[in-house]
Design a protein around this ligand. Structure first.
Ligand code: DP6
Length: 366
């Protein structure tokens, strides 16, 4: 009798999910525990709509897989990175625990099979656009679906990248720094859902999509080691600001929200990269965008300048133009992503969207 190839004999179980980017308005900056990723301050962010920015991840398991493997944006990466290993180990432990607690609804022993993971972003990686947040949130959410793990998972996502714990929820999300040494109380929590503040808009001014020279992890280590002000911020300023920011969001008070992020009609913030993230209200979008385009004229031969939610053009008054008093800087901004608050991670139902093929390897398009 002809022997079947191994991958035909053993079933491959695949799950695909997507997860959002989040942009903090009260930043996490500095760790008190590098291994468990425990922060020195609480933080708060807005989860962005996945229609514009998302990570998509497929995870598959099969008895025929010889080892765990991962492909990121088309390239195979080292699965032994400690942070990836923390997430995998923790989810397998939770799956085993669930099974030994008597839950037989999950695929038999799937946690003992090797896993293949394939992940892509639809936005620039590592350019201060919180790619590690969406990436680890998506990894943890997808693996939890594959292994049948439920419950509080932001604590696991946090061990991949601190800010990833906030991408496990939609809308307005706080990450409580927690007090325990084991990090069990250092978790994310939704403050309000994305539908709560309908008028809030977010513009990302992309000046560079290059990989940044110093990552957040190293940047925060240097700050913790060298800045006495950082400790003052964490201990004395952030607790009050968290409370004020939560009130501002609950009351949809843009003046207070903007002032806490910074003082202006629109509120801007930078993550650890060169791209500015602007928070504003729907009614100011058209005029603000026109001002940006007046002073940073788009490249005429470049691709689309405004991506995402459409904004209708308006004419600026001469008075407004002259009051800004700045010479135009052509090509200063490469493109703009226009978006709004959005929901947390989701399961993709359509199997044709899996990034891994029936052989368990990335499809050509992944
Ligand atoms: C500026 O979460 O990327 O975006 O925990 O070392 O992976 P690690 O750092 P990361 O840092 C994010 C820093 C920030 C601020 C924020 O998102 O709160």
């Amino acid at each position: 009798m002809r022997k079947m190839p191994e991958d035909k004999v053993h079933k491959i179980t695949s799950v695909t999910c997507t997860a959002p980017v989040n942009i903090a308005v009260i930043k996490y900056w500095g760790k008190r525990d590098e291994d468990l990723i425990l922060p020195i301050n609480s933080s708060l962010s807005v989860t962005l709509d996945q229609d514009q920015l998302k990570t998509t991840t497929t995870a598959a398991c099969s008895r025929s897989f010889k080892e765990d493997r991962i492909w990121l944006n088309g390239k195979e990466e080292d699965i032994n990175q400690p942070r990836l290993q923390s997430c995998l180990r923790e989810l397998r432990r939770l799956a085993r625990k669930r099974r030994s607690d008597g839950d037989s609804s999950t695929d038999v022993l799937s946690y003992s099979h090797k896993i293949h993971i394939c992940s892509v972003n639809n936005f620039p990686t590592a350019a201060g656009l919180a790619s590690s947040a969406a990436g680890y949130a998506c990894l943890v959410y997808t693996l939890s679906q594959l292994l049948g793990v439920e419950g509080e998972l932001s604590e696991v996502a946090r061990q991949g990248s601190g800010s990833a714990c906030r991408s496990m929820y939609g809308g307005f999300v706080q990450w409580r720094m927690g007090e325990q040494e084991d990090g069990k109380d250092s978790v994310a929590e939704q403050v309000e859902a994305e539908s709560h503040w309908q008028e809030l808009r977010v513009l990302i001014l992309v000046v560079s999509a290059e990989r940044k020279p110093v990552g957040s992890t190293a940047g925060m280590q240097t700050s913790v080691e060298t800045s006495p002000l950082l400790k003052h911020r964490a201990d004395s300023l952030v607790p009050g600001r968290m409370e004020d920011m939560i009130n501002a969001i609950r009351q949809c008070d843009f003046a207070a929200f903007g002032e806490l992020t910074m003082k202006a009609i629109v509120a801007y913030t930078f993550d650890a990269g060169p791209n500015a993230v602007i928070y504003t209200l729907q009614q100011h979008m058209a005029e603000f965008l026109q001002v940006v385009m007046q002073f940073f004229p788009p490249e005429t031969n470049g691709g689309q300048f405004l991506k995402g939610l459409p904004v209708s053009p308006v004419t600026l008054s001469e008075e407004l133009k002259s009051s800004i008093g700045m010479d135009p800087l052509p090509k200063g901004i490469r493109y703009i992503i226009s978006t709004k608050p959005g929901p947390g991670p989701r399961l993709v139902d359509d199997p044709s969207l899996h990034l891994l093929g029936p052989d368990g390897l990335p499809k050509k398009t992944a």
